[in-house]
Design a protein around this ligand. Structure first.
Ligand SMILES: Nc1ncnc2c1ncn2[C@@H]1O[C@H](COP(=O)(O)OP(=O)(O)O)[C@@H](O)[C@H]1O
Ligand SMILES: [Mg+2]
Length: 377
């Protein structure tokens, strides 16, 4: 006999990096996830906490194979830990028919700095270089720096300013850029505006490890309006679900006062409607086309950070893509929570419907706990 799974309450895993022995029942309500938990419960989903640690891959695999979908929040690099073990695991369970957001292959296309290069010709793009080997970086970067004077170099995978530097020739002006040229290098992790003078050849050598670790480097032109802050645009799939107005400190010139706190804003915030319209109608469809992603492959929650470009002659803002985050987008605006919940439930139900029916009595996952709420395993 065969039972249909289609009527089962979708079981949705929430995966985050955690010491499993700490036994925390729910992930990071402090990161603004509470409204998401409520949204999932309201839609009849069963929430399944899946704390992840690299020494428990087998246990986590079992837990993931027992859900219909999984929302994942794990940074590319955090306290020295990477996703080297997590990503193959997520690929494996996704191949078994579990919906995973964000899927590691989607992160590779969308959430690494290479996206800045691949979409440099879109309306959000800026003059960008891509280097896929140390030899390529050594050969081509000096020429770009000589021509542009001031560039921001970024390792492909990173967060928190890790592997991001402003590199400039004297005065930030174009000029000769041989291996002995002295460049000013500012690390985006420094919060005091400090920088150092090094030979360009030495800087290029220092980047070799980052390149080897993260797979590639990109550079893009430095945006002079950095002190005006940034606007983070939160998306669920193809839709804008809110904004985060923020004032990053990394790469600002000189010491700065304390940064204002990030302000979360609704998707309807009047100041950002031009940005929203262009993002939804133009840039995101083009992005999906360039990356070869179907709309439903875009994560349930992701964000794009925009720097302010030069104003138009009419005094309007322009926006330059700084990075896309898809690995661990939390916190997010409260207005995003019900949209993420709806996406997770719809995708998990679709995954549930696609998987082969479970023979009765086989003890398959799902369907054992039809009550909405926080499922525990
Ligand atoms: N093109 C740029 N122009 C000016 N500042 C930049 C530029 N790119 C990055 N920054 C600064 O560097 C910081 C880190 O860069 P980002 O691309 O966001 O990498 P990540 O957050 O992954 O470390 C940004 O928050 C911003 O302060
Ligand atoms: Mg950033």
């Amino acid at each position: 006999m065969i039972t249909s799974r289609e009527q089962d309450a979708p079981r949705i895993g929430v995966l985050w990096r955690e010491d499993r022995r700490a036994g925390s029942a729910l992930p990071r309500a402090d990161r603004g996830l509470r409204p998401l938990y409520d949204g999932l419960a309201a839609l009849g989903a069963v929430l399944v906490p899946v704390p992840y640690s690299d020494d428990a891959v087998d246990e986590v695999r079992e837990e993931l194979l027992a859900v219909d979908g999984a929302l994942v929040w794990v940074n590319p690099i955090q306290d020295g830990a990477t996703r080297a073990l997590l990503d193959p695991l997520l690929r494996e369970v996704a191949a078994q028919g579990i919906w995973v957001s964000a899927h590691p292959d989607v992160i590779l296309k969308l959430g690494t700095k290479e996206v800045l290069y691949r979409t440099r010709h879109l309306g959000w793009g800026s003059d960008t270089g891509l280097y896929q080997s140390a030899a390529e970086f050594a050969a081509a970067f000096p020429e770009r720096l000589a021509r542009l004077g001031r560039l921001v170099v970024k390792q492909a995978r990173g967060n928190g300013g890790n592997g991001v530097w402003k590199v400039e020739l004297p005065g930030g002006k174009p000029g000769p850029a041989g291996p002995d040229a002295v460049v000013r290098v500012q690390d985006a992790r420094a919060r005091d505006g400090s920088s150092e003078l090094v030979a360009l050849g030495e800087f290029i050598r220092r980047c070799e490890d980052c390149l080897a670790w993260s797979g590639s480097l990109v550079d893009q032109v430095y945006q002079d309006r950095l002190a005006d802050g940034m606007i983070r645009c939160y998306f669920s799939g193809t839709r804008v679900t809110g904004f985060g107005r923020q004032w990053p400190q990394g790469l600002l010139d000189g010491p700065q006062g304390p940064a204002p706190a990030t302000v979360m804003q609704d998707p309807g915030t009047p100041q950002w409607q031009a940005l929203r319209q262009r993002a939804e109608q133009e840039w995101v469809p083009q992005l999906a086309g360039v990356l070869g992603l179907r709309a439903e492959e875009l994560p349930a929650i992701w964000d794009a950070d925009f720097l302010f470009g030069p104003k138009t002659p009419d005094g309007d803002d322009t926006y330059v893509l700084c990075e896309i985050n898809a690995s661990a987008v939390w916190p997010f605006p409260p207005a995003a929570a019900p949209v993420i919940a709806a996406a997770a439930v719809a995708r998990s139900r679709a995954a549930q419907a696609m998987r082969p029916p479970v023979p009765a009595g086989s003890g398959g996952s799902g369907g054992q706990d039809p009550q909405p709420g926080h499922g525990q395993r």
